[in-house]
Structure formats: structure tokens, C-alpha cells
Design a protein. Structure first.
Length: 293
């Protein structure tokens, strides 16, 4: 699932004395009623600058961690030799495939796209199949992001595998066994690569739909699925801490929570993770929650 207006804004329940926890079925019901478009998954911000600015920030963050994925030399960070093997990413809670198409495929070889909501995953699958059916037009860079073909799919140099299921049930170490396989587009390996692990597990605007206990479990399973030097990247809204204490805000509309910085760090400790690097996403419209990676 991607973000909505209720997830991006600071809508809370001020009368609640105890923070409620997300209910996955309520969240799924909410998203089944939303438009399976960039505007729908971005709370009305899909046609402005947000998709381009946000995905650029994500790619820069990924390149900071893996400069060998860069194809453009930099005076500050010269090109490193490209990976000698195919670089794999899991796009968790992927919605209509926006992060897959705009952030991950420009840099990685293979993406496994995981999404529970039927209209969203079917839209992602349709976009992937359309990208496989014909090559991108010459003037594609002038088109809006949502109308562009997915990089590397038509020529078979990259791939996307589509799985339908919740993060609560998925084990990234064996994704095909814990989520429903819907199809694959692009590159096909000589030998199955379903359980070959991930260099990156990317989670964006989806973890607010998980209870803390489920979130810790998913992060532990994700860590176990990482390849050597692999990372888990979270990109989520962050609310303010309550002084020196962690805070959580509940959003009734879509049954989600927004966690504070200290609360996220508490979750990381419980999952046995170490924080390697963090960064605020700049350039988003005013009035929204801070978004951190």
C-alpha cells in the first residue's frame, strides 16, 4: 500500500487517550476504495512535482549506500565497477508499482513487487505487462512518470515479479511460498531465483499499517533474507517525539499509525537492526509530515 492524504497529513484522533493499533482488514478495505493511480496512492499529489522529487530523493539515497549502481560519474564519488551479479530488490507494499518503476528499476536488475490490495496489484501487473509489450517511445523523458514504460522490461535486461500478499504473512526469504505469484515480466533466469535473497528490501509508506509486533517480525524476516552487505530501507512519515519519549499517532480513516523518530529506533532495536544512515526527504509540499529514509 502507498500513501494517502490521511497518511501524508497530520490527521490524528486527539480525544484518544491510548493509541490504537492498525487493523489490517480495515486498511485493506480503505485502499480497495481508492483510485489505482498516482493521484490515488499519493493523496492527490500525483500530478504535481511530488512524484519526481520524491523518487529522485530515493534514488540518491540508494546510490549513497550502493555507489556501484551509478551509471553517471561524479567528481565526489567516482564510478565503481558495476555489480558482478544481478542486484535484487523487494518492493514491499508496492501499490501500483510507482517505487518499482521510478526508483528501483532505474538502478537495480530485478524487483519482486509485493502488494496485498487487489486493484493496486492488478494495476501494477497491467503496467508491467504493457512495458513488456512495446519499447519506450523516443520522447519518453517528456512524459509524466506514470505514463512511462518500465526501464529494462521490453529489452529483457531487467525483471519484475508480481506477488500478492500482506507484509504480515510474507517471508522475504521464501516469497513465492508466502504470497500468491501473479506473473513475471522482462528477464527470465536460466535457473529459478525466487529464493536467492535480496540486496535491498524497500519499504515505503506501508509500515504504518502494521502493529509493532508484526513490524518487528517482518523486519527480522527481511534481515534473514538479505544477501551479504544487503540493507533494509524504510521511507516513512515521522511525527514528533513527546519530549524525550517515543510517540505514535493513529489515523482512523485508513487504520494506520505514524511513528516518531525515537519510536522507529525502538522498533529497530527490537528487530536486532543497526541504523546505518538516515536522511530527510526534502522538496515535498508544506503541511505534510516529515518523511525520513
Amino acid at each position: 500500500m502507498a500513501s494517502s492524504s490521511s497518511t501524508l497529513s497530520s490527521t490524528t484522533n486527539p480525544d484518544s487517550t491510548e493509541v490504537q493499533e492498525p487493523v489490517i482488514q480495515d486498511s485493506l478495505t480503505y485502499w480497495e476504495k481508492q483510485s489505482a493511480t498516482y493521484d490515488g496512492v499519493l493523496g492527490g499529489f500525483g500530478s504535481g512535482s511530488l512524484p519526481r522529487v520524491e523518487s529522485l530523493g530515493s534514488r540518491k539515497f540508494l546510490l549513497y549506500l550502493f555507489p556501484e549502481l551509478s551509471t553517471v560519474p561524479s567528481a565526489a564519488r567516482p564510478l565503481k565497477p558495476p555489480p558482478s551479479r544481478r542486484f535484487r530488490a523487494l518492493d514491499a507494499g508496492a501499490g501500483i508499482g510507482r517505487v518499482t518503476s521510478d526508483t528501483l528499476l532505474p538502478l537495480v536488475s530485478d524487483v519482486v513487487l509485493l502488494e496485498p490490495v487487489e486493484p493496486l496489484i492488478q494495476t501494477a501487473l497491467s503496467r508491467g505487462r504493457a512495458s513488456a509489450a512495446e519499447k519506450p517511445p523516443q520522447n519518453e523523458s517528456k512524459l509524466p512518470l506514470q505514463k512511462r514504460k518500465w526501464k529494462g522490461i521490453a529489452d529483457g535486461s531487467k525483471s519484475v515479479t508480481f506477488l500478492q500478499g500482506t507484509l504480515q504473512a510474507c517471508d522475504p526469504a521464501k516469497p513465492r511460498q508466502t504470497a500468491a505469484f501473479l506473473g513475471r515480466v522482462g528477464y527470465t533466469p536460466a535457473l529459478p531465483d525466487d529464493d536467492s535473497g535480496f540486496d535491498v528490501v524497500w519499504c515505503q509508506w506501508c509500515l504504518g499499517y502494521m502493529k509493532d509486533a508484526d513490524l518487528v517480525g517482518f523486519l527480522k524476516r527481511s534481515q534473514a533474507a538479505l544477501r551479504k552487505e544487503g540493507v533494509i530501507i524504510l521511507k516513512e512519515n515521522v511525527c514528533k517525539d513527546e519530549g524525550d519519549e517515543p510517540a505514535v499517532l493513529f489515523h482512523e480513516e485508513d487504520s494506520s499509525v505514524t511513528r516518531s523518530d525515537l519510536h522507529w529506533k525502538k522498533v529497530f532495536r527490537e528487530a536486532g537492526l543497526s541504523l546505518l544512515h538516515d536522511r530527510v526527504q526534502h522538496g515535498l509540499p508544506k503541511g505534510l509530515f516529515v518523511v525520513k529514509m
